[in-house]
Design a protein around this ligand. Structure first.
Ligand code: LRH
Ligand code: MN
Ligand code: MN
Length: 424
């Protein structure tokens, strides 16, 4: 299914008068409305191929209808999201959940929908069928060199797939760790991981990056070999310029000050980018902004200020990606909400006057500093997002458009009611 231009225009026609009123109001209220709209137009967030089907927990999975049955259909779903919001122009593949055997045709389909391929993700946290050696006790950190070698080769194969697709980064997340004290020698595990990553690093094309993702626990519950940003940063520093640290918002212990981590990684040129999601307890992978939107804003506050200080392009300076999936929402609606939440936080951060904030900081005017941030956070920037979408050819209100156009109903007609997408 593809959306026609006239369907989008018809919907916008109805929503236009109310939008215009709200946009005029905010344009009068904030100083840099035009600049924010332009930046929002240029800003895109990659969609993970594994979020297009209904996720599950280890207790069950309740599949929805019309889910994508193939990589091609996942690309079509991202095409639908992008047609509605004009902010999701790329897809990130997890291999081998999605194997792009026919890279040329997959690439052509994506291009036809205005999409390209973001980072490719390797998977050494599950055993695949016909795999010679098991990852039960880890992959890149394994005590047995031949298991490490198998995992290294998988990562190199993922790079090769990515090269064919036009990706520019390999994203590595390891489940490697231990469940019980004494199970693992921490230093050996770290050294083995470094050595394996060095082999992968050597296989990277000149214009590629490797992003090292950290996570404190799960599936291992005593130690994780790349457990926090310090361990990831240490690996990335030892590897070299092409390596940096990927921040998945769900991969922190409760109450961690993620924005401070972001600020320092950015300062050191070692912030790869993000896996956006939200959580209350652990790696909950909930819709971005659904639990703690203020934290998301504070992260963007560090990003805007820090990227400007380093002269980095907001749209392309680092990797922006969603990593969320769960049981109860329509996956496309969920992704539309996630993209919206990210762009809201970005727009609010763009409202902060960093010169005035700096003055307040230098004068230790704590009250004023807090007020500057909270005034930006409490501004309803949604009309700025709608305006950016409208100018870029998208819809004023993506979720309501998805419903009014009965997109899911059409997908169910096309693909059937009982479909199971590959992935988590
Ligand atoms: C691990 C993780 C990692 C995986 C994805 C499926 O929790 O965040 O990024 O690749 O989930
Ligand atoms: Mn992740
Ligand atoms: Mn995760």
């Amino acid at each position: 299914m593809q959306l026609e231009k006239h369907q989008i225009q018809d919907l916008n026609q109805d929503a236009l008068p109310s939008h215009q009123r709200k946009f005029n109001y905010i344009s009068g209220e904030v100083k840099n409305a035009e600049e924010v709209v332009k930046k929002l137009e240029a800003f895109n967030i990659a969609i993970p191929s594994w979020a297009l089907g209904t996720g599950g927990t280890r207790f069950g999975r309740f599949s929805g209808g019309g889910e994508p049955r193939s990589l091609e259909e996942k690309i079509e779903d991202v095409g639908l999201i992008h047609a509605l919001n004009r902010s999701s122009n790329s897809i990130s593949l997890h291999i081998p959940w999605d194997i792009p055997d026919n890279a040329a045709s997959v690439k052509a389909l994506a291009a036809q929908l205005g999409l390209h391929f973001d980072a490719v993700n390797s998977n050494t946290f599950q055993d695949q069928k016909d795999q010679a050696l098991s990852y039960k006790f880890g992959s890149l950190h394994h005590v047995d060199k031949s298991v490490r070698q198998q995992a290294v080769e998988h990562n190199i194969q993922v790079i090769n797939y990515g090269v064919e697709l036009g990706s520019k980064a390999l994203s590595v997340w390891l489940a490697d760790g231990s469940n019980f004290p004494g199970q693992l020698n921490f230093r050996n595990a770290f050294q083995n991981t470094l050595e394996s990553l060095q082999e992968i690093y050597t296989a990277l094309p000149d214009d590629w990056k490797v992003w090292v993702e950290y996570k404190p626990y799960e599936p291992n519950f005593y130690s994780t070999t790349i457990g926090d940003w310090g361990q990831s940063y240490l690996l990335a520093s030892k590897l070299g310029d092409k390596a940096s640290t990927l921040v998945d918002l769900g991969h922190h212990l409760p109450n961690t000050n993620i924005e401070q981590i972001v600020s320092l990684l950015l300062m050191e040129g070692k912030l790869a980018g993000f896996h956006f999601n939200d959580s209350k307890y652990g790696d909950d992978d909930l819709t971005v902004g659904s639990i703690n939107p203020y934290q998301l804003f504070l992260i963007f506050n560090e990003l805007v200020e820090g990227m400007d200080a380093r002269g980095l392009d907001h749209a392309t300076g680092i990797g922006w990606m969603i990593d969320a999936s769960h049981n109860v929402k329509d996956p496309i609606e969920d992704l539309l909400q996630s993209v919206e939440a990210i762009k809201i936080a970005y727009a609010q951060a763009l409202l902060v006057d960093y010169k005035v904030l700096k003055d307040a900081q230098l004068n230790n005017d704590v009250v004023k500093a807090q007020d500057i941030l909270q005034s930006a956070y409490r501004t309803d920037v949604r009309p700025l997002l709608a305006e950016a979408r409208l100018r870029a050819g998208g819809v004023i209100d993506p979720v309501s458009a998805f419903r009014k156009l009965n997109v899911r109903g059409e997908l169910i007609k096309e693909r059937g009611l009982k479909t199971v997408a590959t992935g988590l």
